[in-house]
Design a protein around this ligand. Structure first.
Ligand code: ARG
Length: 294
């Protein structure tokens, strides 16, 4: 696996590349009811206490960092009894003026999605019926890179959900298997930065998945396992600014060499639930890549 990493890392040192056409508008949910009551990923331990005041401050500072980067933010009413509702990234995906609600894997989170779908209806979006009998956890497992929707499966989303979505929604989907329980959503291991560059945590993927990503991404920036575990790839990109939960000096150099600006926004309280900056945001301005035939 490591040979793979060093081989990749040598590819190029500076990318150019056009900024992502999306990432300037997000839906966030204030952490009024955020907590860790149950465990549905390896990061969650209900015995570990959340510092609620700190969580609130960190969430507020994330908003400040995103606005400073130029993003416009919308707020979802928090949902009592749903401590994970802050992680709006999982509630679905936006394609133009349509919201595709996510069939979540665990019953603990399903009611969140109905609540978010209602927000979209009230704000004049169409809400699609994904027609899925298997799970797909929204943008947590689906991020567009250039002309492809890169999707994760194997942990929280099912492989066959993507066959259905590609047929019903017409998206050009690349399903990539996730193997490591710590990287249970693709947005913890893959982060598109522009149309040529993405952060990639190699440890999260199979060799075949890595080969697919290598073909797709001309200038990958590989994170070490430790950087991945510090959620460096769970970042929010607004133009050239990357709002990151953490960034090592090594990664900072690689990114700055490519013309990116880094803003670290510490959201450590949310890591207790397995989430970082990206998980706390649902992009509202995405137009998803379509099949040639659609
Ligand atoms: N506790 C939440 C869960 O397990 C965290 C969600 C993180 N979201 C993400 N997009 N990776 O569902």
């Amino acid at each position: 696996m490591l040979d793979y990493v060093s081989e990749w890392q040598d590819v190029r040192s500076s990318s150019g590349g056009a900024p992502l056409p999306w990432g300037y508008r997000y839906l966030l949910c204030p952490p009024r009811f955020f907590d860790v009551w149950y465990s549905i990923n390896p990061w969650m331990d209900p015995d570990v206490k959340v510092d609620h005041e700190l969580a609130h401050d960190q969430w507020h500072q994330l908003g400040v960092a995103l606005r400073e980067a130029g993003a416009k933010l919308e707020e979802l009413e928090p949902l009592p009894e749903h401590p994970d509702a802050v992680f709006t990234a999982n509630h679905g995906v936006v394609d133009g003026s349509t919201f595709w609600p996510a069939p979540m894997r665990f019953p603990e989170r399903t009611a969140e999605v109905d609540h978010t779908a209602e927000w979209f209806r009230q704000h004049n979006w169409s809400v699609a019926d994904p027609g899925l009998d298997s799970s797909q956890e929204g943008t947590g497992d689906a991020l567009s890179f250039a002309d492809t929707l890169v999707t994760g499966f194997g942990r929280r989303s099912d492989r066959r959900a993507y066959d259905t979505l590609s047929r019903r929604a017409g998206w050009r989907v690349l399903p990539v298997e996730l193997t490591d329980p710590a990287f249970y959503h693709i947005d913890i291991a893959f982060c598109p930065l522009n149309d040529r560059t993405a952060l990639i945590v190699a440890d999260a993927f199979t060799e075949e998945g890595l080969r697919c990503l290598r073909r797709l991404v001309p200038d990958p920036v590989l994170c070490t396992r430790d950087e991945g575990l510090a959620f460096a790839a769970n970042s929010v990109v607004v133009g050239r600014r990357i709002v990151m939960p953490s960034c090592s000096a090594r990664l900072g150099r690689l990114l700055e060499n490519r013309g990116f600006e880094i803003a670290v926004s510490d959201v450590s309280e949310f890591r207790k639930a397995g989430g970082g900056c990206r998980c706390l945001t649902l992009p509202l301005d995405t137009v998803l890549p379509a099949h040639d035939s659609v």
